[in-house]
Ligand binder design. Sequence first.
Ligand code: FES
Length: 125
Amino acid sequence: MEAKTKNTNGRKFVARVNELDPGTTKKFILKPGGNAVEAFIVNCGGTHYAYLNRCRHIALTLDWVDNRFFTEDGRYIICANHGATYEPKTGECIWGPCLGAFLQPVVLEVAGEKIYAVCPETLDD
Ligand code: FES
């Protein structure tokens, strides 16, 4: 299910600061270059990161089960397609078919209690 979000001054509200527990994620939609693309925000140890929901192996979404991005031990982001495993803090693939590649990051900005995503201008290859 897509998270409820709205655009505000070119940024998109994606979550409240205390909304996501550590180890949880929330999906939202961005439109880099005008094309709707899923993205997700991660709370990793109390710090938030966000990435486009596109594996670097093949341009498929990472989650087969909606909004399930973490490995069972909660330490890494995993692609359900072929098991590429990513560091949640950097987006780097540390195991799997795209070893060394990075998830495309989404810049987050915090204003008061709200977290906004800044849409990338383009999609990486
Ligand atoms: S599409 Fe993600 S590991 Fe193959």
